[in-house]
Design a protein around this ligand. Structure first.
Ligand SMILES: [Zn+2]
Length: 258
């Protein structure tokens, strides 16, 4: 990132009263989370089809192996410089609200005290009948079945009541968690600096937040490798790796006394 731009952004960030950050998949790809096996052609359905409530209800033999795979992938990696950098900003009072579209829980693992998870979390599963909650490891088979025969094993059942377990994420066809969404909307309207990190801003309704923030007068910073539909509203657009940009910004913001 250009030195002058870096200085301008960090000065603006230091002076902001209510900085808000929204993160998307781009911040976590740098953690090296392995690709879904689906992308290697093992699954005939697209991830969008497999991530639907219809698939959970009608084709659990396809739904469960897909999510067991995603849980394993998330457990195999962890937070990176981008996640840790944002946690440091929070810790020093330079980040008021952290909103994420991600379901990997890496912000919390990096020490963020509060995260608004708009799409839920794949760190937990719960029973569809009695609502008992479990760590998502509960939904993994004892030994990984290398033959990958799709099926619904006993691990997909609630140990309390035998009901069916489901990941605590928002599936296609479901609404966003109300509390998190309301807080995120309020934060967007209150923000004077709104920062997007690693989101293509193509998934709604989360992509409305930066637009609302900009409409309400917030300066908008977009850090994403590819162009987004909101680039035209942004004061700054940085098309570089999230981890490197956040690290440079955090160093610069924290270098100056408050
Ligand atoms: Zn149950």
């Amino acid at each position: 990132m250009d030195e002058n731009v870096l200085r301008e952004i960090s000065a603006s960030w230091r002076g902001a009263r209510y900085p808000v950050v929204l993160t998307g998949a781009g911040i976590s790809t740098e953690s090296g989370v392995p690709d879904f096996r689906s992308s290697k052609g093992l699954w005939r359905q697209t991830p969008e089809e497999l991530s639907s409530i219809t698939m959970l209800e009608r084709k659990p033999e396809l739904f469960y192996p897909f999510y067991q795979d995603r849980i394993r992938n998330i457990l195999a990696a962890g937070p990176n410089a981008g996640h840790f950098g944002l946690s440091r900003l929070m810790e020093h009072g330079y980040l008021r609200v952290l909103i994420t579209q991600n379901i990997d829980g890496y912000h919390q693992l990096a020490g963020a005290p509060e995260v608004l998870e708009l799409h839920g979390t794949l760190r937990k599963v719960s029973c569809m009948r009695c609502h008992a909650a479990f760590d998502s490891r509960q939904m993994l088979p004892e030994a990984e079945d290398e033959t990958l025969t799709p099926g619904v094993g006993p691990e997909c059942q609630c140990p309390e009541c035998g009901g069916r377990l489901r990941p605590d994420i928002v599936l296609f066809g479901e609404g966003l968690p109300e509390r998190a969404w309301e807080k995120a909307m309020r934060a967007a309207r209150r923000a004077d600096l709104f920062v997007v990190v690693g989101s293509s801003l193509t998934v709604g309704p989360a992509n409305l937040l930066p637009e609302w923030a900009a409409d309400a007068g917030a300066r908008l910073l977009i850090i994403n490798r590819e162009a987004t539909p909101l680039d035209r509203l942004a004061r700054w657009v940085v098309r570089e790796s999230a981890g490197a940009v956040i690290s440079a910004l955090v160093d610069s913001i924290l270098a100056e006394p408050v």
